[in-house]
Design a protein around this ligand. Structure first.
Ligand SMILES: *Cc1c(COP(=O)(O)O)cnc(C)c1O
Length: 397
């Protein structure tokens, strides 16, 4: 059994705050500051450029890919880190299209995160030749799959509603029809059990700064199935994905396996933060995370249902169809979230009317969730959210 009291002690959360936004930016694990400080002073400061060899910086992306890989069921040597998720989506899509040169369609759904859709659109425009992104409603994804689809691009958990796709079904159906799958784990990695090997995934991508707590701007990851890794052509053929970066050849030759999905210089300070953040996951069982996340979600939903009639559940009622977040709708969602934050409960707002709450058993207790629900219901009952300062929009919601 995972010891959640122990994992909670590994986070540095501000006193009095209930943090329900770890699905957007994970909080600071205690070990991160010291680890990053050591990398700065002992490695960068003392070793200077020799740190690339002496401190093992150059190997970090794939070394940490292996640590992270355990949480998504990936075999060692099949995950690497770097860049942002949007870039990793582009790489995976381009590689997938290249493996099905006789087909022209990327299929996705309207519940996907816009950046994934934008990257797909941009890629299709660059390729020309009739390449196109087709989007359908999330419920229609499976039936829209056909033999014109080269790549199915699915974000497993909807960033607004928390609705979770049945990836086993979608991957099996896509493979039956000869399509490849790009599985976006942005709201899955560290949130729910994932088994890229067991489900025979082709490509998976995700970010480390959400449920994996690597800090703002932390690097993204990409998984390529070992059966494909030596066959894929990297669209972003940067020097660190080259077979021999320091040969400085004038021609590109892809590196072995997952190494070819590296692009440029790795972000060493962010990788150091991720390394320390991954320490928290030692001894954590994803099945325990799932069970406790659902317990927390059910507590929250039951309390809101009972005392906040004005909030409408936007997430599926069926727990099995949810990821690790719960959302409600209200036309004044923005102001309500601002009022909530002012009282120490941090959730977030997604246009046009979604109040979003992430559930992260690593550092959230049942008591925290009960307290957050009680404060939210009181804000609703008293109308305390309806003050001018709570209606003022900031750049980031
Ligand atoms: C959070 C998120 C992103 C963010 O992409 P970045 O390039 O890291 O800013 C992209 N796609 C999905 C599905 C996300 O949830």
């Amino acid at each position: 059994m995972t010891d959640f009291t122990a994992t909670r002690a590994m986070f540095d959360l501000p006193e009095g705050i209930v943090y329900l936004d770890g699905n957007s930016l994970g909080p600071l694990p205690r070990g991160v500051a010291a680890r990053v400080a050591r990398t700065i002073t002992d490695e960068w400061g003392q070793m200077l450029i020799t740190g690339w060899n002496r401190a093992g910086w150059m190997a970090l992306p794939t070394q940490l890919g292996n640590r992270l890989g355990r949480l998504i069921g990936a075999e060692p040597g099949s995950v690497t880190l770097g860049d942002t998720l949007s870039i990793k989506v582009y790489q995976a899509l381009a590689a997938g299209l290249d493996l099905r040169p006789d087909r022209r369609v990327i299929l996705s759904d309207t519940g996907n995160f816009p950046s994934d859709l934008y990257m797909a659109e941009g890629l299709c425009r660059s390729l020309g030749q009739g390449y196109a992104l087709k989007t359908v409603a999330p419920e229609a994804l499976e039936s829209a799959l056909d033999e014109t689809v080269a790549v199915l691009m699915v974000t497993e958990v909807d960033y607004r509603t928390g609705r979770k796709h049945d990836m086993a079904r979608l991957i099996a159906r896509a493979h039956d029809l000869g399509a490849l799958v790009v599985w976006d784990l942005a709201h899955s990695a560290g949130a729910i059990p994932v088994d890229v090997t067991g489900l025979d995934a082709d490509f998976a991508v995700g970010c480390s700064y959400k449920y994996l707590n690597s800090g703002p701007g932390g690097p993204a990851f990409i998984y390529v199935a070992p059966r494909l890794a030596d066959r894929v052509r990297p669209a972003l053929s940067g020097w660190l994905g080259h077979e021999a970066p320091f040969a400085f050849d004038l021609d590109y030759r892809p590196g072995a396996g997952i190494e070819r999905m590296r692009v440029g210089t790795p972000p060493i300070l962010q990788l150091a933060a991720l390394d320390a953040a991954l320490d928290v996951w030692e001894g954590v069982d994803m099945q325990d995370i799932r069970a406790q996340s659902l317990t927390l979600q059910e507590i929250f939903i039951a309390q809101i249902d009972a005392a906040c009639p004005d909030l409408t559940l936007a997430s599926p009622r069926d727990a099995a169809a949810r990821g690790s977040q719960v959302s409600f709708r209200h036309p004044q969602g923005y102001a309500i979230i601002q009022a909530l934050i002012a009282e120490g409960v941090i959730g977030d707002f997604r246009a046009p009317d979604i109040l979003r709450f992430g559930f992260t058993p690593l550092y959230l207790s049942e008591g925290d969730v009960e307290k957050a629900a009680a404060i939210l219901c009181e804000i609703m009952a008293t109308g305390r959210w309806d003050k001018p300062e709570f209606h003022r929009r900031a750049a980031v919601t």
